[in-house]
Ligand binder design. Sequence first.
Ligand SMILES: [Zn+2]
Length: 388
Amino acid sequence: MVINCQLEGVKVYLPCKDHPSDEPNEGADLIITVPKGLTVAGPGLLQSVKTKKKKQTFHWKTNYTISNYCILFNIGKYDIVKRTYQTIDSNNVPMAFYVLEEDKAIAEKMLDMRERDTHILDKYIGEYPWATEKIGLAQVPNPGMEYQTMITYGDKSGKFIFSKVGSEDYLANLFHEFAHEWFANKVTNKYWAYRWIQEGITTYSEALFCREAAGESGYDSMMVKIKNGIKNAKPLVQGDEVNSSDSYTGDIYTKGAFFMHTLRYILGDTVFFKTLRELATDPQFTYSNFVTTDDVEQLFSKQSTLNLKPLFDFYLRTTDKLEIKIRQTAFQKYTMSVPNLPMNLPIDILTDTGMQHILLKEKDYVINSQTMPVIDAKGFYLKTVTTD
Ligand SMILES: [Zn+2]
């Protein structure tokens, strides 16, 4: 028996105020009785299992703040495969995979992958957030979801078919749901309108996995894939009052992730990665505190000493793209115009003499080149380029 409530909301099975900011910050208890022989997988730590005739009662308890949609359980004929994970801060965390009996052979490999993925996420966005409870995984007959300390995962085929990133076996959906332990469960957006923060940064973390497994070219390939998924039909951030279904678009994943890619380019790796980690570890943005788009903007602005508000507004609150126009003005001479430049932006220009890296401050910029210049060749910006 599984529960999944994405979009319908947790109100379908639990009386609650169905809003992302409504998290019980002292945790939750779940007391579930099932026929003997079945196992209940839940959040936090298992307190007790009491047997009464042909029934068993499982008591699960989490002491952490928890999104209301993570207060749920799954029931199955599970085997439980365990080991211990040591975090980046040297805490030992129990790992448990609730695997269906018939798939037990895959369990150790899944835990190997989970350890590897936790190391990567620890490195980029801080220690596993629920270190005093567990790293849990429950097998379910749907693609899975980010349920706090008991991520669910399943695949349609009923088999575990891995893809390859570099030489690493990979399950994209599993990694995605697991990365939500940081962005979604630990760093939670205050309103539906800011959902891009949890979905976009989590999708971006998939590119960081590719960077670890296959280097910068692996990261770049992933960013192209993400970019090709952007529809750009409406802005990502439409105002605080927008409801769950209106805020939910594919772009909160793709365009949200691509925006982080753009930020990385503008800020450079040192500032960008340090600030990303700060967003996921500073108490003012985590656990029982919530974040808004302005919080993210102000943090990145502060750490970069740039005013990034115009850029955040441009890419998150409109569907605009940089409009880049190239016009040949003389022999081997071109003018690049960007009439809607939101702020001073670094940009790569490829000419016959190689790649130039400039800071574009004016709407017009003169380029000398024997060949037609290529602007932003590696694709750090959402843009349209027209040439006369
Ligand atoms: Zn997600």
